[in-house]
Design a protein around this ligand. Structure first.
Ligand SMILES: Nc1ncnc2c1ncn2[C@@H]1O[C@H](COP(=O)(O)OP(=O)(O)OP(=O)(O)O)[C@@H](O)[C@H]1O
Ligand SMILES: [Mg+2]
Length: 758
């Protein structure tokens, strides 16, 4: 079998180990995911039915890529493998089996906004103080409880949790949890956590169902095992209890979801739970250069809490890791954009070879601006995704309500959209009446006359007739997702409302709506989707994870920007790891203890190990945060890089600033006395900054070259046109007319940092 030739000895052993429990805990880039891919292909080659294989991945995108690779080995049969994220796979199973728990197969999936909106309504209905009962806090408590498999009854009965709530001064928390669950249930809706929580209940209380799936899945595999939570662990354990063919792969050093309940303990439990467990180590890294592997090892070796692993690579030595110092976040953006621009030209790379990784989504702005100026194509993974936009959620609200008329959150969103003269009080009344009478909102809405001659009841009747006509299309005429959505967009009036809005934003929103319809059309046209119903389309949309870039495959040559969390499992030729500043990374918000610091360090390790050929790490000395300019210190993590493989980025131009990279010393965390990267970087340098921008679009600043009529950019004032240059002895001033209402300014050229835009 040819494909086995692409594996080293321990990898092949793992692929060929078919019977009984198997665990691979190995470092980044050592081929864990590759093993799962080949192993699946191998199972099918040796006669296992693809329908009997369950492969759980971290993102839908990862599943898609693996399916594609498996297809190249075994062909079409790859389509039939059960492959996807925990959430998508168990949502599918709950569609089939949810009736056992009292849900219909059309249940809605509440996203975080829906959950928050419901919690907000409950807090109001219960007359609780929303400054004490903060929505995020309540949602977090509920989410944590579900991930630990604590249902509302157990929650309210637990003295420990009650004590925690008393201390947090939210004693009504248990009641809120109970109400929240009751209302979701009445709405025939599950939130994200429910997809796992309810699956656990399903398997706990309906042994015949469990039994069916235990026999169905002959092989269960889990990628990124270190990031599973208790709820996920229990599901996989139960599912594989009969055949005992479970294979998990992961890296404890890359566990970065403890804040969401993931538990490294699962790895240790696994050894305990399976006495006949076979463990295989993979030690060779195939992804990165020696320099990158060495630096990654030096970082992670500082964590006390980890399993011992040796990682080496036979790859080339590679370049040293470069540190880029920028004076501000905007400059950081410009320096990195111009470095990408130069490298792409000189080394014949494509945009998709580059990734910019940051700790928080908000950091993307300065990079977006800088990349756009250089005409570099980029995509942002995560952030406000297409499906989170208001106009899209509005239409999806209609579609959700068409499929499930109990969906209270969809109802609240669309009942007065476009305006039908129905006030908030009326809407709240309908919701509360439904809850009090223990009936779905639709019962009230579709019989509004019986309940009250409320103001706006004409509007409600019109709404109810509209929904009835949509229901007819779905339930009786069995129209596909596209036909329904197209009709709904028009008949609801949403499309027209946007069409009539001739502002730039209105046009963009109209185009987005068209784009949604295109997406539904391509879902319907895709031969791989057997079920073309609206319900199935909606499910696939609700389960898109942040890391699932939804884009045109013909247009993939773009620089990728994303958080480190979303970058897990991926690899890029060039990686820029940005914003290495104290409080930002390690994140101040996450740092309560030494353990938190270790989790941040694992995140740092994940980031560094994404790079194949070259890694650059940047920090800014000042940054706008919450509307204020803040001075920043370089991150303590910079001190943890093996100094033998680190250098300061070579300046591309001359500026008079001197590098002042200070190792960070904070209580509890002492900087190492041994020569550190920081000290290395501290070596006297006359200029460590790049020239602002080097590219064909821009010219470097040279005060002498400035002249009237030139377009320039100033870090603070933005773009402007030079009106004249005034000379007074050695002093030169420029009078510049800045755009965007800034107006005319006279700037001393020896201080002003101007860029010439040609
Ligand atoms: N035996 C091998 N021969 C050649 N290339 C390999 C081999 N094993 C793995 N690779 C390549 O090395 C890279 C890293 O592999 P893979 O992504 O499977 O590692 P991983 O252990 O899953 O990493 P991570 O921990 O980051 O998820 C991939 O490009 C993969 O194709
Ligand atoms: Mg992997």
């Amino acid at each position: 079998m040819d494909y086995l030739a692409g594996l080293n000895e321990p990898q092949r052993k793992a692929v060929e180990h078919i019977d009984g429990p198997l665990m691979i805990i190995a470092g980044a880039g050592s081929g864990k995911t590759r093993v799962l891919t080949y192993r699946t292909a191998h199972l099918i080659e040796t006669g296992v039915d693809p329908f009997a294989i369950l492969l759980l991945t971290f993102t839908n995108k990862a599943a898609g890529e693996m399916r594609h690779r498996i297809e190249t080995v075994i062909g079409n049969a790859a389509k039939n493998i059960w492959m996807g994220t925990f959430h998508s796979i168990f949502a599918k199973i709950l569609r089939f089996e949810g009736e056992r728990l009292g849900y219909t197969s059309n249940f809605s999936i509440y996203d975080t906004d829906d959950s928050k909106s419901l919690i907000r309504a409950l807090i109001k209905e219960k007359n609780l103080d929303d400054k004490v009962y903060k929505v995020n806090l309540v949602l977090n408590r509920i989410s944590n409880a579900k991930n630990r498999l604590i249902g509302p009854a157990q929650y309210t009965g637990s003295s420990i949790l009650a004590e925690e709530d008393r201390l947090a001064r939210i004693p009504a928390m248990g009641e809120l949890y109970q109400l929240y669950c009751a209302r979701c249930f009445a709405a025939n809706a599950m939130d994200f956590d429910d997809l796992l929580f309810q699956t656990n209940i399903l398997f706990r209380d309906h042994l015949d169902v469990l039994n069916k799936y235990q026999h169905k899945f002959k092989h269960v595999m889990v990628d990124e095992f270190q990031d599973t939570n208790v709820s996920q662990y229990l599901i996989t354990k139960k599912l594989s209890a009969v055949n005992r063919n479970i294979c998990v792969v992961g890296d404890d050093a890359q566990s970065i979801y403890a804040f969401r309940g993931a538990d490294i303990q699962n790895i240790l439990n696994f050894e305990r739970d399976y006495s006949d467990l076979v463990t295989i180590k993979l030690e060779e890294n195939y992804r990165s250069t020696k320099a990158i592997v060495a630096v990654a090892n030096s970082i992670i070796s500082r964590n006390k809490n980890q399993l011992k692993k040796d990682v080496f690579t036979s790859n080339e030595d590679g370049d040293d890791i470069e540190i880029i110092r920028a004076s501000s976040d905007n400059e950081e953006g410009r320096m990195i954009a111009s470095t990408i621009f130069e490298a792409a030209q000189k080394e014949n790379l494509t945009w998709s070879d580059f990734a910019i990784l940051y700790r928080t989504n908000a950091q993307s702005r300065s990079f977006e601006e800088a990349l756009r100026r250089l005409n570099i194509k980029y995509r942002i993974i995560g952030g406000v995704s297409f499906y989170q936009r208001k106009e899209i959620k509005d239409v999806l609200g209609y579609l959700r309500f068409t499929v499930n008329q109990n969906d209270e959150e969809a109802f609240k969103r669309i009942i007065n959209l476009p305006k039908r003269g129905i006030g908030d009080t009326t809407i709240a009344k309908i919701v509360v009446t439904a809850a009090e009478n223990n009936v779905p909102v639709w019962d009230i809405v579709s019989n509004i006359g019986q309940f009250q001659a409320a103001r706006g009841s004409a509007g409600i009747e019109a709404f109810s007739d509209l929904i009835k006509s949509f229901k007819l299309m779905v339930e009786v005429e069995k129209k596909d997702a596209y036909e329904v959505a197209n009709h709904v967009a028009k008949a609801s009036g949403l499309l027209r409302e946007l069409y009539e809005d001739k502002t730039v934003e209105g046009l963009a929103r109209y185009q987005n709506l068209q784009e949604l319809l295109n997406a539904i059309k391509s879902f319907v046209d895709n031969p791989e989707n057997e079920d073309k119903s609206l319900a199935t389309f909606l499910q696939s949309v609700s389960l898109l994870t942040n890391a699932d870039a939804d884009e045109d495959p013909a247009d993939r040559d773009k620089v990728t920007m994303m958080t480190i969390h979303s970058a897990k499992g991926l690899e890029f030729n060039r990686v820029f790891l940005v914003g290495l500043e104290e409080d930002l990374f390690p994140s101040q918000m996450m740092l309560q203890s030494q353990q938190d610091l270790e989790e941040e360090r694992r995140l740092f390790y994940v980031a560094v190990t994404r790079a194949e050929k070259k890694l650059m790490i940047s920090y800014a000395e000042s940054r706008y945060q919450f509307g204020r300019l803040k001075a920043c210190e370089p991150s303590r993590f910079l001190n943890e890089l093996d100094p033998n493989f680190v250098k300061m980025a070579k300046p591309a131009g001359a500026r008079k600033e001197v590098a002042s990279f200070r190792p960070v010393q904070k209580t509890g965390f002492t900087a190492k006395p041994a020569p550190s990267a920081a000290q290395l970087i501290q070596k006297p340098t006359t200029n460590t900054n790049y020239q602002h921008v080097v590219s064909t679009n821009f010219q470097a600043t040279d005060a002498l070259a400035l002249a009237a009529g030139q377009k320039v950019e100033h870090a603070k004032f933005g773009f402007g046109l030079i009106k004249r240059i005034e000379v007074n002895g050695a002093e030169r001033k420029a009078v510049i007319d800045f755009e965007k209402g800034v107006g005319e300014k006279t700037l001393l050229l020896s201080f002003a940092k101007l860029m010439v835009v040609s």
